[in-house]
Structures are given as C-alpha cells and as structure tokens.
Design a protein around this ligand. Sequence first.
Ligand code: ADP
Ligand code: MN
Ligand code: MN
Ligand code: MN
Length: 336
Amino acid sequence: MAKIKAEYIWIDGNSPTPKLRSKTKILDGPVTKLSQIPEWGFDGSSTLQAEGHDSDRAMSPVAFVPDPIRGGDHILVMTEVLYPDGKAHETNKRVNLEKVAKDHEARESWFGIEQEYTFFRGRSPLGWPEGGYPAPQGPFYCGVGADEVFGRDIVEQHMEACLHAGIGISGINAEVMPGQWEFQLGPLGPLEVADQLWIARWLLYRIAENHGVNATLHPKPVQGDWNGAGAHTNFSTKEMRADGGYSVVEAACKKLGEKHEEHVAVYGAYNDMRLTGLHETCSIHDFRYGVSDRGASIRIPLPTVKQGKGYLEDRRPSANMDPYEVCAILIKTVCS
Ligand code: ADP
Ligand code: MN
Ligand code: MN
Ligand code: MN
C-alpha cells in the first residue's frame, strides 16, 4: 500500500454565494471505491458554518476523481457538509437534489451546463489595460490571436485536467467579453453534473492560481456595455428526447413560466445585474420562451425544433449559481 494525497473539497457558508474550500488528507491507496474514503472534519467557525464553541463539522465524501494536478493515484474528493451527528448542514444543498432526483428518477433527467467565467489579474480582467478598457466587444467571441483572446493556456490546461479526471466536459469557447470564457459539461444526470461542476470549478481556480490569475463567477464582473457571465442550463427528460418530445418541451416551458420567481430566487446572487434585457438576456422581471431566441428566458434550440424532440436551454442561471439548487428546482417544476 502506498500513501496517496486526497484533496477533500467542500462548499462553505459564505453568503450570498458560497465558496469552495479544500484540504489534504493522506490515505492508504490506491482508492477504488467511495466507501474506502473516510469521513473527515474541519473547523466550521472559519468557514461560516459554525460558532466557535461548537465548531466541528463533518465532510462526507460523495464523489471522487483522479487528481489531474498531482497525478499518480492521488484523488480529488467532493464532499457534503454534515453536523457531527450526521444531520445535513443548512449549507448542504446536495441532500435535497439527491431526494428530488430519486423521486423523479424514472424521468431520466439530463443536464448540460455552460459555465461562463472571467479571468482577473489583480483588479482588471485578464488582457485588459490596467485601469482602462479594451476595444468594444465584437471580435473576442471565439477569437484567435494575442490581441483577442487572453488566458488560453489556462483554459487548455483546465480542459485537459477535466478529461484526465473523467469529468464530462463537452467543450470550451472564448466569450464575448475579453478575458471571459466558457466550458460545458454534460449531458449528465443531475447528481453527476452538479458534483462534477463543483470539482471542475475547483480545478479552474487551482490551475489559474499557478498562473497568478483568479477566475470569478460574478454574473456582472464589469459594469457597462460588457456581457455578464451565466450558466445556461440545458435540460431534458426521457419524454423530451423521444419522438414527439417537442410538445413535452413546450409544456415544460409553460410550467417554468408559472414558477419564474421561485426559480430566479435560486439562480444566483446579483443576477439582476446580468439579466437586464440587454447582452443576450431577457429581463429578470419577464419570462419568455422562444425558438433560437437568445433574448428569451428559455431558448428552444433549433435542432430540437427540426427533430421534433430534444431539450430546452434555461438561460437564466448566473455563473455563480449552485447546480445542486438549479437542477433540483428544474426537475421539481418540470417533472411534478
Ligand atoms: P450554446 O449554443 O447555447 O452556446 P453549447 O454548445 O455551449 O450551446 O452547450 C450546449 C449544452 O447542451 C452542452 O452542455 C450539452 O451537453 C447540452 N446538451 C446537449 N443535448 C442535451 C440534452 N438532450 N439534454 C440536456 N442537455 C443537453
Ligand atoms: Mn455555450
Ligand atoms: Mn456562452
Ligand atoms: Mn447557451
């Protein structure tokens, strides 16, 4: 048995947007099953998850992947936070998704999440002149060349790391605002996509750290005529993917319209700064769905129309959303 390094990752109690934390535990390896990874603990009083007089919080492993940074048999462990008696902590949104996913398992929900993010070096987005602005948006989306894209080395390393870790990454692209990028996960089941998105976010921060860069998920990292950052969530059920599924997609859009406020409430903090009705968004105060419509709340992609089956794209979730909450409410609204 060789010693391995297990990086335990958890979601803290920061509000309104939780942050990722992690620390390393040495285990006897190699590890091949989740049940071989022990529970662990941390000081909850340092993560806004406890008071000082009763500060121990437990981390319970829910998923693990090979650690693409340390290599070898080292692993990354996604955990959920519990009280010492095993009760879920209030900051643990995964327990609810687990329940909702189980209740509607027969619908076979799939998710594809487009995670947008913005690199910063110091106070400026990567590639921006210190204290100033680059040329107006236009050439940067999916651009090429040192004058148009910034941070590609980090993006490539992150994509490679995700593949090595077995994360279901499906692509990347440079975004409309310079220094802004996107990666896509899926389609995957609800718990898989959500656990993997949190691990992929951790990898992004960790790899960018080596370059002296930080990645932010703020929905509107720069005020003004610059695109915000979202996490478009593509969703389908077995019925939507089957012949005649188009009518099920439309019915789902109608249901989503009835619960707009409840959805927006868990779609990420400061999302009102992003969902203005400009920059390829629909106002946070309105709900609209439409075919190919990038100014709608929900877009029905053209292939779904053409094939008469497929999926819908909820464009409302912001980049800083919690996928445990977003996946849970989508399943609940559409499948109930
Ligand atoms: P966009 O044109 O909006 O930029 P992307 O190519 O960035 O689209 O992302 C599309 C997403 O849709 C991907 O994450 C992909 O996994 C997901 N997807 C594809 N098919 C399905 C499906 N049937 N159900 C759910 N998600 C899907
Ligand atoms: Mn996209
Ligand atoms: Mn995008
Ligand atoms: Mn999209």
